[in-house]
Design a protein around this ligand. Structure first.
Ligand code: DGT
Ligand code: CA
Ligand code: CA
Ligand code: ZN
Length: 612
């Protein structure tokens, strides 16, 4: 699976369910990906730490996991090249290379297997509860004999956990909350991850000569921020060829079931994939049906009924006495046409406003990635980014952008070596020099991601912010504060004349951290009043603002800026996730600030300054 750059958000690994048994079962088709190897190393580190092993050993495995996860190429590419050795790769020593080799060849590591036998499997779930980790899990196990999530939940509810050293009443609440988040997280994955699986499956099934049509349906096609399972539809005259090929998927853990026209498999990360083989005359009807959403389909069936039609996954039928006559089904367009409806973009099929828009002939022309001219949130090596200013500029130009803003962290974010005024001014001088060399074709805006301090107020003085072209204001600290406090901090930032936009306005991280408490309507009202922008952060783990809030912002007339928040060159490719989210909100090119030309954008920024 292609590694996805998730910027500063660390993603907890899922349980690595893999044993030599899988390997034998999967025979010659088995394949270890970089991310699977990294997951196994991380799990070894967790298990060792749980056992109280030597911290250096633990760290060695964690470093190994990180190095492999970040490799720009597949381990297999290196192994297949006789002229190269794993140890040539930066950070990979002899020991690590041997372990990778063993994993690739045999699918398992003896040490991993032994650890899994020594530590109860359910303890791994406990370690992965947000706020816990191997050390705390070990303490819970040793002191309170807690080995399962159920036991942990019960112990928290019985207020036993607060008696342990380092735990308190608040920790119990956090754990209970974390358990419910972890339960949800086990079921749904980020769209971006689903996309990399879908791409692999598309490639794999693409090698079936019998396949005439292939589409993914379900929440994945609708571009939902998280996906429960993948639904794939094909037209093929040779069902067994298709099913056999799906059974050869490199990341297959289990075939859940296989029937005449339907097959379900599961990947190692627990993602289910449902394959359906349908007749050509039903392909459009099946695609419409399985794309959903369920609510959208309920509405569709109601509309069909009013016209004496019946609609299901096989087609649209006219009810004629006790006969049903097929009228359409080969394409989605034909299916919708029987109801005089347009073929809705999948992102809009949520039974929100799409039918109302269609009735008025006002279906919005949704934003597309081609409309984007700039990216206004990214980090460099000056703080916690992995690429230099030069490298980010080159990468942005390669991606066809005509302007970017460099927005490194401000000083409060000491973990990321946030910039103080002096360092920031030095960076801006560098940018000025840079722009001179770049000429008119490309512009780097002098920006900053300035923290909104816990006590209120901005992390840098106004006279410094006044020199910026572009100021993002972010809440990174004090996210546990009351709704009043957090709302007030954000409102004050909006009222600061030099602030241009609020970055990731609700602070949520999908599956891991809920939004902080904030009166979002008050934020909308203030942003509208003061001509400020709100960000749709395109990081696949954030997607903040979420779709419903994006639509609400639009109704307040607030321009949305879709930013990648890239911490690396690859991070710039996150833009498309933000685009999908904006499309789900029904946003058009006009609603998005960074579709503007630079002069238009500058005038938008000036407007915000003059209104505060
Ligand atoms: P997910 O997988 O939880 O992220 O969400 P979906 O929307 O992909 O849901 P899924 O995989 O259960 O089913 C795919 C689509 O098939 C769903 O969006 C609508 C349609 N569908 C499935 N079951 C039913 C049903 O019982 N009634 C109706 N009306 N539609 C259904
Ligand atoms: Ca699905
Ligand atoms: Ca499904
Ligand atoms: Zn940022």
């Amino acid at each position: 699976m292609k590694a996805i750059a998730f910027a500063c958000v660390h993603l907890g690994g899922r349980r690595v369910e893999f044993s030599t048994k899988d390997c034998l079962y999967r025979g010659s088709t088995f394949r270890m990906t970089n991310s699977r190897i990294a997951d196994i190393f991380d799990e070894i580190a967790d298990l060792l730490e749980f056992q109280g092993s030597n911290p250096f050993r633990v760290r060695a495995y964690r470093n190994g996991a990180r190095i492999i996860r970040d490799l720009p190429e597949s381990i297999h590419t290196v192994l297949a090249d006789d002229s190269r050795k794993l140890t040539d790769l930066e950070g990979i020593g002899k020991d690590l290379a041997e372990k990778i080799q063993t994993l690739v060849e045999t699918g398992a590591l003896k040490q991993h297997q032994e650890l899994l036998e020594q530590v109860p499997a359910t303890v791994l779930d406990i370690m992965r509860v947000p706020g816990l980790g191997p050390k705390k899990a070990a303490l819970l196990y040793k002191e309170l004999n807690i080995a399962t999530l159920e036991q942990l939940k019960a112990a928290c509810e019985a207020e036993q956990v607060r008696q342990l050293k380092g735990f308190g009443a608040k920790t119990e609440q956090t754990i209970l909350h974390g358990i419910s988040i972890a339960a949800a997280a086990n079921e749904r994955i980020y769209w971006a991850e689903a996309d990399s699986v879908a791409t692999e499956i598309r490639e794999l099934l693409g090698t079936c000569s019998s396949i005439e049509q292939l589409e993914f349906a379900g929440s994945y096609r609708r571009g939902k921020e998280t996906v429960g399972d993948l639904d794939v539809l094909v037209v093929s005259q040779d069902v067994s060829e298709v099913m056999q090929r799906l059974g050869e998927y490199s990341d297959l853990a289990e075939v859940i079931g296989r029937g005449d026209t339907k097959m379900s498999i599961r990947t190692h990360k627990g993602l289910q994939i449902d394959l359906r083989v349908v007749p050509a005359e039903s392909f459009g009807a099946a695609l419409q049906y399985f794309t959903g959403s369920k609510d959208h389909n309920v509405a569709i069936r109601g509309l069909a009924k009013q016209r004496g039609l019946k609609i299901n996954e096989y087609g649209v039928y006219r009810i004629d006495g006790d006969k049903e006559v097929y009228v359409a089904g080969a394409t989605e367009e034909a299916v919708y046409a029987t109801l005089d409806l347009p073929c809705f973009p999948p992102e809009l099929r949520e039974a929100r406003r799409e039918f109302e828009w269609a009735a008025k002939g006002e279906l919005p022309e949704l934003i597309s990635i081609k409309d984007i001219r700039g990216d206004l949130h990214m980090h460099t090596t000056a703080t916690d980014g992995r690429a230099s200013l030069e490298e980010m500029v080159a990468a942005a130009r390669e991606r066809g952008l005509s302007y970017i803003a460099i927005t490194d962290h401000s000083q409060r974010v000491s973990m990321a070596r946030g910039l103080n005024a002096a360092r920031l001014l030095a960076q801006w001088a560098e940018i000025d020099a840079f722009n001179k060399r770049l000429g008119k074709e490309f512009t780097v805006l002098k920006g900053i991601e300035c923290d909104i301090l816990e006590a209120g107020g901005m992390d840098l003085p106004d006279d410094v912010l006044a020199e910026a072209d572009w100021v993002l204001a972010s809440v990174h600290y004090g996210q546990q504060q009351s709704r009043e406090q957090i709302t007030q901090r954000i409102l004050d930032a909006i009222e600061n004349p030099w602030v241009t936009a609020i970055a990731h306005p609700t602070g949520r991280i999908l599956n891991r951290r809920e939004a902080y408490e904030v009166d979002i309507d008050a934020v909308f009202a203030a942003a509208a009043e003061h001509g400020k922008l709100l960000e749709l952060n395109a990081n696949p783990a954030r997607l903040d603002l979420h779709d419903v809030h994006c639509a609400a912002a639009k109704s307040h007339g607030i321009p949305i800026v879709i930013n990648t928040d890239a911490h690396s060159i690859d991070g710039l490719d996150c833009m498309r996730y933000g685009i999908l989210q904006a499309r789900r909100a029904g946003l058009t090119k006009e609603d998005i600030a960074n579709t503007r030309t630079l002069p238009q954008l500058r005038s938008l920024i000036r407007k915000g300054r003059s209104k505060t």
